[in-house]
Design a protein around this ligand. Structure first.
Ligand code: 0PR
Length: 385
């Protein structure tokens, strides 16, 4: 650290230089990100609420009400009238809270000590972190031929140590929706906690279903679903860090509560103590500003872009891994190794992401990738072919 104060202009110049090393969403070249540029109005509101601390909600009563309203609004799109939950930093923290709730609940009501969680092979790596921190064993369910969780495999893996089953609504690598209705039934019948990770799909599937897209039901309308992760900082156009964790019952928060004696509230269930209310306020603002109509229009455009890319990939001769269900498409060159193909695309200036299961180039068609970028991509793909 410097001894004396440095001139603001000097600091700004240095920071700008470093910031210039970052890639810009606006270039439309970032193909593998589930995050995108936040809406300008959301950014404005974020800044306004920077000093608020939801870790001590008695001091920030208004901001706490905003967080509650955001949870309620997300509950509405996930078919629950009175959800319990929090705005957190993202999908990782939301999943960690869900698994912590499941573990504590099973410990309290079933006496399970060395618990296990059943997750699909396609689950995001955040569940590995959760299992590690919570001292749980991961039991991986197989995927079926369509890369979705194999229901039979889940059934077989249930044991008297199972504290939670997890399924995904919008997988990280392929954007697929697991057969959540079937898993929900199994979880309900076996009295096992069921968590749905809709970090990616939470802000799109409900609107797509309303518009008549043939997508499976994945939300609290299914009796077995105990909690859902839904991330405003992915498809919700809220600034990073904004995640959401919603629970069906208050008791799932209660089993995580620890005493916080000197605060304005007497217990705390979140993992983070001091936590900014900026994400709550920004999410509230962008959800109000867009409304269902705005989000529907956005996802419709992104689905149209997905369709455009898919048709062109097929026309050129690329192999699509599976029929896209959301705004994500994975594909391969018919006779070039994926890493070599990825390098070629990088050579054309595209920031690509390679899926592992199955190995493929994955493109997440977020809001920063416009039709003109896709047309450029198609031209480059023709040249590589
Ligand atoms: N659940 C699912 C289904 C996810 O896809 C992700 C992240 C998470 C949970 C964890 O969310 P947070 O990263 O908010 O904690 N999915 C992306 C991924 O890991 C996140 C991402 C975003 C990666 C932008 C790269 C990137 O440039 O692939």
């Amino acid at each position: 650290m410097d001894e004396k104060s440095i001139d603001k202009d000097v600091i700004l110049k240095e920071l700008d230089e470093l910031h210039n090393l970052d890639h810009n969403y606006a270039d439309g070249r970032i193909l593998g990100s589930m995050c995108t540029e936040a809406h300008p109005f959301a950014k404005e509101i974020y800044y306004k609420f920077l000093d608020t601390n939801l870790g001590d909600p008695g001091l920030f009563k208004g901001t706490k009400l905003i967080e509650n309203k955001v949870i309620e609004s997300m509950g509405e799109i996930l078919s629950i009238e009175k959800p319990y939950g929090h705005v957190v930093t993202g999908g990782t923290e939301a999943n960690l809270m869900a698994i912590r709730a499941a573990r504590n609940h099973a410990r309290k009501y079933k006496g399970i000590v060395d618990g296990e969680i059943i997750i699909p092979e396609s689950a995001h790596f955040s569940f590995k972190k959760a299992a590690d921190m919570l001292n749980l064993k991961i039991v991986e369910a197989d995927l079926d031929d369509n890369y979705k969780i194999n229901v039979g495999s889940v059934k077989r893996l249930i044991s008297d140590k199972t504290v939670a089953i997890v399924a995904i609504a919008g997988t990280t690598e392929l954007g697929l929706i697991d057969p959540i209705e079937e898993i929900s039934k199994i979880a309900y019948e076996n009295n096992i906690y069921f968590h749905v990770d809709a970090a990616f799909g939470g802000f799109s599937i409900p609107f797509l279903r309303d518009m008549g897209y043939d997508l499976p039901v994945f939300d609290f309308s299914l009796d077995g679903v105990c909690s859902i992760t839904i991330d405003p900082h992915k498809m919700g156009l809220a600034p990073i860090p904004a995640g959401g964790i919603l629970f069906r019952k208050e008791e799932y928060l209660d089993v995580m509560a620890v005493d916080s004696p000197y605060l304005t509230v007497k217990t705390q269930s979140t993992i983070v103590g001091t936590r900014s209310g900026a994400a709550s306020a920004a999410t509230y603002a962008v959800m109000k500003y867009f409304g269902k109509k705005g989000y529907s229009k956005l996802i419709k455009e992104l689905m149209d872009n997905t369709q455009f890319l898919k048709e062109n990939l097929e026309k050129i001769g690329y192999e699509i891994v599976c029929e896209p269900e959301l705004n994500l498409i994975a594909f391969n060159h018919p006779n070039m190794e994926t890493n070599e193909f990825a390098e070629k695309l990088e050579g054309f200036g595209w920031k690509v992401s390679v899926a592992k299961c199955p190995v493929a180039i994955r493109v997440v068609l977020m809001n920063h990738i416009k039709l003109n970028h896709l047309k450029e991509l198609v031209e480059d793909l023709k040249e590589i072919f």
